[in-house]
Design a binder for this molecule. Structure first.
Ligand SMILES: C[S@@+](CC[C@H](N)C(=O)[O-])C[C@H]1O[C@@H](n2cnc3c(N)ncnc32)[C@H](O)[C@@H]1O
Length: 436
């Protein structure tokens, strides 16, 4: 195959262009259901098709299927379309934004690699989409929620374009398994068919992109909806990890014998006992009327994630921001109560950075605050905050996190933190005796 035209690296990022390795294309083509292969008439769509790698992959692996199928590719970038036209004479190439593409066509098979990224014009995000277009997406897609990722909208659109019993095979980031912004997408998947997720891990797009991916293998069917299987691809084999017949779109986690043991032992989850709040972000600190950029008398340094070590806080200025002690409540009220602080990122050895702030300092940036709930559930909770910090800093929690979230995220979201098992005093004694 003739190489695609050289597209500047920045432009590539703007469109979310990362080409799928051939072994992944072949693996995904092999997932095409036998029932579809037997059909006399079959229509196949590759959305965001780039070089039409998947349609070409079908031609390579199954020339007979390629020959009999009606094939459509949709691509937003005219430059790319122009270049591949010569090798795709049997493919209908549509120049359109897939998410706004208005079509009456319906497909038996939709296969491909959609773009990944939070759409925005800001430098902070990689996929460049203007606000008016983003608003259109938001109005069209029922699964759009929070800082939604474009790949979620590609999944929704594709399922809508599938015929009954049609199949969707996409390689996408694994984040939809448990991040909050995909909760509507998970329930959409559960309502519309049977979902298989095959975990591929973090290496597929390295070094261009560092993202843990899965193959989503979805069958649109009313009969089999609410079914879900989690598997992983390891040394050429697909190994099943979990299966549910009544999945409603709940968070999907990996599990191991060890994680199950800790789940079974602990009577609580962190989210049962604590409310979790995030620190003020840098822009808020920068524009805050009482924040100073120098040390004045009666002022405290504002701490951030770098001040937070495992079970230990460096009470010194690393941020260059200060605030008068009596003005701390103008930032957050809870800064005046001793409480547990937890870092979003893991510490060097992979452990959670958690400590107890007894000295009531102000915080900013990537730091969570755990505030004891006042509810019937927490009334009998008997482990004190210092012991909870000790537990969170252990290798037991480190291992649990690795076992259930694998390499999917490099930091802890509030949803993930809430899910961590939390022992009572008696259970903590067992952990110390058996595992530490
Ligand atoms: C992640 S690549 C996938 C390329 C190819 N399918 C592969 O696996 O190698 C994304 C492709 O999607 C195209 N694209 C990005 N946004 C799109 C949109 N909204 N509609 C259609 N195509 C889009 C880009 O121009 C790029 O060619």
């Amino acid at each position: 195959m003739k190489p695609l035209p050289a597209i500047a690296q920045t432009k590539k990022k703007d469109y979310g262009i990362f080409f799928t390795p051939d072994w992944v294309v072949d693996f995904m083509v092999e997932l095409i259901a036998g029932g579809l292969l037997k059909k006399n008439e079959i229509s196949i769509l590759e959305p965001a098709c780039g070089g039409a790698q998947f349609l070409i992959g079908i031609k390579r692996k199954n020339p007979f299927l390629f020959k009999k199928a009606k094939k459509v590719g949709v691509e937003i970038n005219k430059e790319i379309i122009r270049h591949i036209e010569y090798l795709t004479s049997h493919i209908d190439l549509v120049h359109a934004d897939y998410l706004l593409w208005d079509t009456k066509l319906r497909f038996d098979l939709i296969i491909g690699n959609p773009p990944y990224g939070i759409p925005s014009l800001s430098d902070h995000y990689s996929l460049k989409v203007d606000n008016a277009t983003k608003q259109k997406y938001r109005n069209i897609y029922t699964t759009w929620y929070g800082k939604y990722n474009l790949y979620g909208a590609f999944i929704e659109k594709s399922i809508n374009l599938l015929k009954e019993n049609g199949q969707l095979i996409f390689i996408v980031p694994a984040t939809f398994m448990f991040l909050d912004e995909f909760k509507k997408l998970r329930s959409f998947l559960a309502r519309h068919g049977k979902t298989q997720i095959i975990y591929l891990g973090p290496d597929v797009f390295k070094p261009e992109a560092d993202v843990a991916t899965v193959v989503l293998n979805f069958k649109k069917t009313k009969a089999m909806s609410h079914r879900f299987i989690l598997s992983e691809y390891k040394e050429g084999k697909v190994i099943q990890i979990r299966k549910e017949n009544r999945w409603q779109g709940e968070i999907i986690l990996f599990s191991t014998t060890f994680s199950k043991k800790l789940d079974d032992l602990c009577s609580y989850r962190l989210g049962d006992v604590y409310d979790i709040k995030i620190s003020p972000r840098t822009p808020e600190i920068k524009h805050h009327p009482h924040v100073k950029k120098e040390k004045l008398s009666g002022h405290l340094p504002i701490l951030n994630g770098s001040n937070l070590k495992c079970n230990h806080i460096l009470y010194e200025s690393l941020t260059g921001y200060w605030i008068a002690k009596e003005k701390i409540t103008t930032l957050r009220n809870f800064f005046t109560k001793p409480h547990i602080v937890v870092g979003l990122g893991f510490r060097e050895d992979g452990r959670v950075g958690a400590a107890y702030d007894a000295r009531l300092y102000p915080w900013m940036g990537d730091v969570y605050h755990l505030l004891k709930k006042n509810s019937i559930l927490t009334l009998n909770y008997d482990l004190d905050d210092e012991e909870v910090v000790e537990y969170l800093s252990t290798n037991v929690v480190k291992r649990y996190i690795k076992d259930i979230f694998r390499e999917v995220t490099y930091h802890l979201s509030i949803t993930q933190l809430k899910l961590l098992p939390l022992p009572s005093k008696k259970e903590w004694e067992i952990i110390k005796k058996e595992w530490l």
